[in-house]
Ligand binder design. Sequence first.
Ligand code: BGP
Length: 464
Amino acid sequence: MKYTFPENFWWGSAASGPQTEGTYEGDQKGANIWDHWYAEQPEAFFDQVGPNRTSAFYKNYKADIQLMKQTGHNSFRTSIQWSRLIPNGTGEVNQKAVDFYNSVIDELIANDVEPFMNLYHFDMPMKMQEKGGWENRETVEAYVHFAKTCFELFGDRVKKWFTHNEPIVPVEGGYLYQFHYPAIVDMKKAAQVGYHEALASAKAIKVYHELNQGGEIGIILNLTPSYPRDENNPEDVKAARIADAIFNRSFLEPAVKGVFPTDLVDLLKEIDYLPVIEEGDLDIIKENTVDLLGVNYYQPRRIKAKESAEKLSDGPMPDDYFDNYEMPGRKMNPYRGWEIYEKGIYDILTNLRENYGNIRCFISENGMGVEGEERYINEDGRIDDDYRIEFVKDHLKYVHQAIQEGSNVQGYHMWTCMDNWSWLNAYKNRYGFIAVDLDNDCKRTIKKSGQWFKQMTDNNGFDD
Ligand code: BGP
């Protein structure tokens, strides 16, 4: 069968500043939470490899943009590092950062690769974190100022903006499950952090619309469809619904509908964990919803009702309301430990069509992290990652089906263009279309999937 996608479909990949740029003497970048955490506790990172060891996009971006062209990109998303542009989080702008991002944007446009710019990808400037980061209301105002600075500096050329990448992740990682700094367990703070991120997003959207730059602004959410173990068991269904409220609708509803989910609000009220909300905030959230939505999809959630009342921590936790269900026979990515369930992408798009006004959206990340890819190197030195080609095809078929049924999907971006540094996992799992040899001056080699992607995007689809 032939899978053809709509005209002008956005094909490309996503990355982020902190995972690709690197830091260099004299670049005047300020430290962010990752730089700080690594300096404090390098053993927390896989192989003790930290954010200073990247594919060096800061220096290699021109050649990298040529590789994007060679792998069929018509668009590319990265992020502006807050701590690079405004090293202390507030105050002076770093001219070297302005020059760098200007040059990246111009180079992308000159090569017909549309720049999509995200403003926050897990990278709180350390100076802001010292005052509480997203826990502190002041960070909201500082972020909005940073966002406005970006729009004013780059908005004449960048026409697709995103306020956050996966805002639930700093909540879970930083305040519930300890895989982001400050790595504490405190659900009350987690609620405040999430609320401030949602408010900051609405405020940035307001500023962007007021500037009338003729582009669009959205948010990028990692949506994890939440499936009950047994659809006929009301307790399982209820548990799955709570997981959905906490991990998906917490940001999806304010972003698209301008309100918080009532079941989540009720849950927080019950444990007296409602965040501090100032007068006028909820109007701002109500009035400033997104123009478009980026959907990152990796895996679903399988949920069952709680089987024991045993608590994981002293205070309330999301896990007090549901258990994760290890469904027998599910297909797993053994390296990352994530389930691969292609139909999940279709379920998300259908849900957006039916329950979220068929919001204009695109797949902003989808990908497969694999460990030890060097074992797939062929005699020409290329990694033959057929599993990645299959992975993309299997997901694209469901995206195609959703579009046939009327979903408003504008594009598909892979995570990621070239192998990059992945937070605590560093380089454990590789995701790129392009291999990066860290021991050989970061030499880039296009993988088989990159060549396939080029051919596929040239045809705006594929046969299978
Ligand atoms: C997403 C993030 C990315 C990227 C990706 C892969 O959640 O937006 O930054 O890292 O996941 O995940 P990981 O690197 O943890 O394997």
